[in-house]
Design a protein around this ligand. Sequence first.
Ligand SMILES: Nc1ncnc2c1ncn2[C@@H]1O[C@H](COP(=O)(O)OP(=O)(O)OP(=O)(O)O)[C@@H](O)[C@H]1O
Ligand SMILES: [Mg+2]
Length: 371
Amino acid sequence: MFGVKKDKLSEEQIRKALSTVMDPDLNIDVVTLGMISDVKINGTKVFFKLTLTTPACPVKERLEQECKDAVLALPGVETVEMESTAQVAGQRKTGKEPINGIRQIIAVTSGKGGVGKSTVSCNLAVALAKLGANVGLLDADITGPNIPLMMGVESYQPKAKNDRIVPAENHGVKCISMAFFVSQDTPLIWRGPMLDKAIKQFLRDVDWGELDYLIVDMPPGTGDAQLTMVQATQLSGGVIVTTPQDVALLDGRKGLAMFAQMEVPILGFVENMSYFQPKGSSEQYEIFGRGGGRRLADEYKVPFLGEIPLDPDVRIGGDEGIPIVAKDPDGAVALAFIEIAKQVAAQVSIQARNPIPAAPQAAATPVSISK
Ligand SMILES: Nc1ncnc2c1ncn2[C@@H]1O[C@H](COP(=O)(O)OP(=O)(O)OP(=O)(O)O)[C@@H](O)[C@H]1O
Ligand SMILES: [Mg+2]
């Protein structure tokens, strides 16, 4: 007579259950973030779509599981079907003109030369592509370009399509570099305005198609190329590469100060050549010291994105045009790069959602920028 009334499941109940699941990077629940859509209920069966902010989400599996579990815990639910996809946010609206089709632009930089910017750029690009993103790689080192060698597209002859330059493509990444347009033996001595023009053309006149991420490999230092990149585009942020030596760390500070001064968010530090671990040994040798990148990140309260060991295979991969992430995807170095790529993507999502004004005050040590 007083039998329990069996309530029909409602979309509201499902959304309420899902609103207990938090995105740990953004610290907001998945419903408020607009990640849940297409909720359908069929008796005891529930379907919904989860749209992550990046295919390279570092907590993808965890979020998917938590969403499923939250709905399954509802009385009356027996099966949950979830479709998981990703949509990288577009560029923030600022006074700067956006570039059609390019969602996020990430500059890889360092204060000092030779610390591994190009190596990090290539492997970061390949890792993001492997994780399912559409990725481009722009070689902004106009006078010393080496992306074509490292990406195995040295012999590429650029073509035009509808008045736009068709980029080279390898390892799932579209690439453009000044090396495609000049003979290898011609030294490039360029002045500010020419550099500026070349970089702007690479941004706007290349047929990039739809890109989630455009990775920009910067030349060393804080010169004209940096200035153009910052002024011509809405950079999502900068990844600063450093090695553990004090001198590189000091220069890492300069890289950070430049971005701070130009109000570009710092996505974080990567420490390259952190240690050497001989094959088959568990011993790690800290040739240049270790942990300086993390200390620097802590000091300036910016994220530490990860460390890469010194490994001859990294250089060999670079020299033969197959970045280590493509060559040995399950090896320890590739896994370190993939983890860094996920952290970079997470930081870009955070910035896209919650832009903070560039960098910490402490970083704003004056640096001289030419022009
Ligand atoms: N983790 C690593 N292990 C071994 N070799 C590495 C590593 N990272 C970079 N290298 C090698 O060090 C050299 C310098 O690296 P890379 O060209 O990436 O630096 P860069 O910062 O881009 O230099 P530049 O300032 O001249 O543009 C290259 O020969 C590269 O293969
Ligand atoms: Mg370089």
